[in-house]
Design a binder for this molecule. Structure first.
Ligand code: ADP
Length: 598
């Protein structure tokens, strides 16, 4: 502890007047600021000021408050709740206020005792720093001073922090340094006659978005290799999406598929107060996943922020901010970052609980009236951006939030507020999962507001007629839904031959295209080109069949459905990427069934 804080804590000490679960009220707090971090009682529990009224402060405490009572002291720190940003974040597992869980476990065993301080970044570990700037260089915020190879696959850029710019007075040579060693001195031109010491580590308050130069329009899809997503409900690099997660609907598998295959450099996973054992599953499974691109553990480019429901509610509230700040920091280096938060409903419930204890006016279903604005502000931090720094590099942060609507009721406030701000909705459907249709994303209820934004990209990477192909496939799936209604009422015999062909093609779209097995070596990932060719093959067969019945209106549907080509189409998903040329042969054959069978 520095002398300054020792001095401060002696003279600026609050006194607890009330304790209500995670909320502590203290008087004598006139020197405190909003969102200032405080240490509560002699146990030094970490808390944050969330409401100030003259000299009374409401404090949310990030640790269990039992045994704490009125009369005990509150110490101010003068700092906002911040995270430490520097090498050592990747491969780590943090709690909601960036305490590394493995380090905590070492300190305190399985049950984390209270008041433990463990910094987000290891102070003793040395990192090999390679400078790329030199003495005398004029640098501004965001400029890159050098880099550290953080893991085998990620080079960690050491950047001038926001709010600092000026001439480099000194910079260290290439060598090994800890995160707190001084590596450069800058004559800070932002504040006259001051120098600023640069370390491998910087800090940032979690509730404030890290600054950028400008937000750019997202136009490039975040390719996930999952056909239903990339073809029908794409998310962009820098885009936002939401996914409801009924139990057993394949949410974990989807998230792991995204983490493995999405075209992102860095993955941030925020596990927010799901049932304790579910979080344990994530904590055990994630570290075992292998990154298909590098063949190394996926954790080499991943950080987990984990809050189980047995951790205090306030830490859960903070965890999404901790996660997104870590994600923004890697975006600032120019990386493509994907953040997944599971489940944001638990975050909203934490907000509701704290708001209730503050006796705020409740909104819908007891959630605070600011639920909507907080949700929007969180997703606002996603984006495809021009980063700070002279080199005009671009970075992006895509955010996918899971929601857990009670009883699957999508009209409840958390889901509604999320849908209002996210542009993609993958409707995971328990019924589909029950029928073992995976991924269980319902193609009728899901949507993406980006699909037109990515058309140019898709025309180039898939094929020039991509928009038409996508539209025809989607239309057939929608037609199927209304035809099935008729079949239910009056039976399949009442359908025209053309309608029966529509049903048959839609079935093929569902089974041969939308269903994708995460555990099959080839099927687990499909490139944009292959996905396009697969759709083309299914549609070529369909269009030929329609032509054929024009010539032969008495044709039996069985003749079409038993065509041997159908079998080939069903197996296209297993054609390896290096052999997708073969699919063009199938498309050609499908285009000719009119001729061959006549
Ligand atoms: P949730 O997390 O929603 O409770 P899971 O993600 O654990 O559900 O999925 C439940 C089961 O469904 C998995 O164990 C797996 O057998 C199956 N499953 C889900 N998605 C797929 C998929 N894309 N491919 C194959 N099987 C899947």
């Amino acid at each position: 502890m520095s002398n300054k804080t020792q001095f401060d804590t002696q003279h600026q000490q609050g006194i607890i007047t009330k304790v209500s679960g995670p909320l502590v009220v203290a008087k004598n707090m006139s020197a405190a600021k909003m969102y200032e971090v405080v240490k509560v009682s002699e146990k030094k529990l970490i808390g944050e000021v969330i409401e100030l009224h003259k000299d009374t402060a409401s404090i949310q405490v990030y640790e269990e408050t039992s045994g704490i009572g009125p009369g005990e002291p509150v110490f101010l720190t003068g700092e906002s709740l911040s995270v430490e940003l520097g090498p050592g974040i990747l491969e780590n597992i943090y709690d909601g206020i960036q305490r590394p869980l493995p380090a905590l476990k070492k300190l305190a065993g399985n049950f984390i005792t209270r008041g433990i301080e463990s910094p987000g970044l290891d102070r003793s570990r040395k990192w090999h720093f390679k400078p790329s700037a030199k003495q005398g260089d004029e640098l501004q915020a965001g400029d890159i001073l050098g880099a550290v190879q953080e893991t085998e696959i990620v080079s960690h850029k050491i950047m001038i922090p926001p709010g600092v710019s000026g001439k480099i007075e000194s910079i260290v040579k290439e060598g090994d340094y800890t995160v707190i060693d001084e590596i450069a001195k800058i004559q800070n031109s932002e504040i006259r006659n001051t120098t600023y010491e640069i370390r491998l580590m910087q800090r940032w308050p979690i509730r404030r978005a890290r600054p950028i130069k400008e937000k750019l329009l997202p136009y490039e899809p975040l390719i996930t290799g999952q056909r239903i997503i990339d073809a029908f409900f794409p998310i962009t690099k820098g885009g936002t999406g939401s996914v409801p997660g009924p139990f057993g609907s394949g949410k974990t598998v989807i998230q792991q598929q995204l983490a493995k295959w999405a075209d992102a450099d860095i993955i941030v996973y925020v596990g927010c107060g799901e049932r304790g054992n579910e979080m344990t599953e994530v904590l055990q499974e994630f570290p075992e996943l292998i990154d298909p691109k590098s063949g190394k553990p996926l954790m080499k480019r991943t950080v987990l922020v984990a809050n189980t429901s047995n951790m205090p509610v306030a830490a859960r509230e903070a965890s999404v901010y901790t996660g997104i700040t870590l994600a923004e920091y890697y975006r600032d280096m120019g990386y493509k970052v994907a953040l997944m938060a599971d489940s944001t409903s638990r975050w909203a419930e934490a907000m509701r609980e704290i708001s209730g204890r503050l006796e705020e006016m409740p909104g819908e279903e007891g959630y605070p009236a600011y639920l909507g604005s907080r949700t929007a502000a969180f997703y606002e931090r996603a984006g495809y951006v021009k980063c700070l720094g002279k080199d005009n590099r671009e970075g992006c942060l895509s955010v996918v939030g899971a929601v857990s609507p009670p009883g699957g009721d999508l009209s409840e406030p958390v889901t509604q507020n999320t849908l209002r701000v996210t542009k993609v909705f993958w409707a995971l459907d328990a019924q589909l999962a029950y029928r073992r249709h995976y991924p269980a994303i319902n193609w009728l209820n899901s949507y993406s507001l980006y699909y037109e934004d990515v058309n140019d990209f898709m025309k180039e990477k898939a094929g020039a007629d991509w928009p038409e192909v996508r539209a025809q496939a989607m239309d057939l799936l929608q037609q199927e839904a209304s035809l099935q209604e008729i079949v239910r009422l009056v039976g399949v015999e009442s359908l025209s031959l053309k309608e029966q062909i529509v049903l048959d093609t839609a079935k093929s779209l569902r089974e041969d295209f939308l269903q994708q097995n995460a555990y099959d070596e080839v099927d687990t990932y499909t490139s944009v080109k292959k996905m396009y060719l697969m759709l083309k093959a299914i549609l070529a067969f369909h269009n030929s069949a329609l032509k054929k019945i024009q010539d032969d209106p008495e044709l039996k549907i069985e003749i079409l459905t038993s065509d041997p080509l159908k079998e080939k189409i069903a197996k296209l998903k297993f054609v390896p990427e290096e052999k997708i040329g073969e699919i063009e042969g199938v498309i050609e054959e499908a285009g000719k069934i009119v001729i061959s069978n006549l």
